[in-house]
Ligand binder design. Structure first.
Ligand SMILES: Nc1ncnc2c1ncn2[C@@H]1O[C@H](COP(=O)(O)OP(=O)(O)OP(=O)(O)O)[C@@H](O)[C@H]1O
Ligand SMILES: [Mg+2]
Length: 248
């Protein structure tokens, strides 16, 4: 059995006297793909914010390879190769695709005046390779791209940082069925090339079932259940809490 890479242990998050997360625990092993699901407002993004230390007001422990992350700053997480994307896209819209790749790489790789040119040359070469099968050019301004293309650029900007754990917050939101299946295929292909573990938040049952080996279901900030998609999505309480809502 593979060792746990990421451990989320009894997380409680209270904001303004309101309980946002209550005793949430789960773990992600090396190479595993977990779907974090649940209705709107269940606390999925809050969990990601706690893991990546954007949210510091939680109690509990979050460890990566047995190292406690609680005291780290969000900008230091790339040091552990824990890389995230954002629900509402974390790209710089007014900049080019290439500039966004540069910014992503600078987040993760230490640079100084001596090696900056070398790094940017490598990033450009790799970005070109990553965009090989896309209709996206390095010189395109992000805001001129379709939403689906922007999601791909954000995913590839995360990849260029060589994630050990990749956390995607709704990578398929706003995509049509064709774009969704392309995104699944791309994530799986890149995972076998780059070897990351995946934590993905998504509302689409088919997307999660196709992509993930295991599912963690949240409801009102609490862990409702965990298990493989085939089993979890059949459960009455999950259908009531989530699937009924997302299909309705
Ligand atoms: N920074 C914050 N300050 C106050 N309340 C917050 C904050 N972040 C989240 N919340 C609240 O916490 C709850 C969980 O929100 P969260 O965004 O984590 O849910 P979610 O499961 O990601 O929902 P969605 O599917 O809509 O993205 C909501 O009630 C939200 O209003
Ligand atoms: Mg969210």
């Amino acid at each position: 059995m593979k060792a746990n890479q990421l451990q989320v242990n009894q997380i409680h998050l209270n904001i303004g006297g309101v309980s946002i997360l209550n005793d949430v625990s789960f773990s992600l092993s090396e190479g595993e793909r977990i779907g974090l699901v649940g209705p709107n407002g269940a606390g999925k993004t809050s969990v990601i914010n706690c893991i990546t230390q954007f949210e510091k007001r939680y109690q509990g422990e979050i460890t990566f390879a047995d190292k406690l992350l609680n005291k780290e700053n969000p900008q230091d997480l790339p040091k552990y190769k824990i890389i995230r994307t954002f629900q509402n896209l974390g790209l710089f819209n007014e900049l080019t695709v290439l500039d966004n790749f540069y910014i992503a790489a600078h987040r993760s790789f230490e640079t100084n005046m001596k090696n900056i040119i070398k790094l940017e040359r490598e990033v450009k070469r790799e970005a070109l390779k990553l965009l090989e099968n896309e209709t996206i050019e390095l010189g395109d301004i992000v805001s001129d791209l379709s939403y689906g293309q922007q999601k791909i650029v954000e995913f590839l900007c995360a990849l260029i940082q060589r994630p050990s754990i990749l956390i995607l917050d709704e990578p398929a939101a706003g995509l049509n069925d064709f774009e969704k299946s392309r995104m699944i295929e791309m994530i799986l292909r890149k995972q076998s090339e780059f070897n990351f573990s995946l934590l993905v938040v998504e509302h689409d049952v088919n997307f999660v079932s196709t992509l993930c080996q295991n599912v963690v279901v949240l409801q009102s900030g609490e862990l409702l259940c965990t298990g493989c998609p085939e089993e979890v999505f059949q459960r009455k309480e999950v259908i009531q809490a989530w699937i009924g809502e997302s299909n309705g």
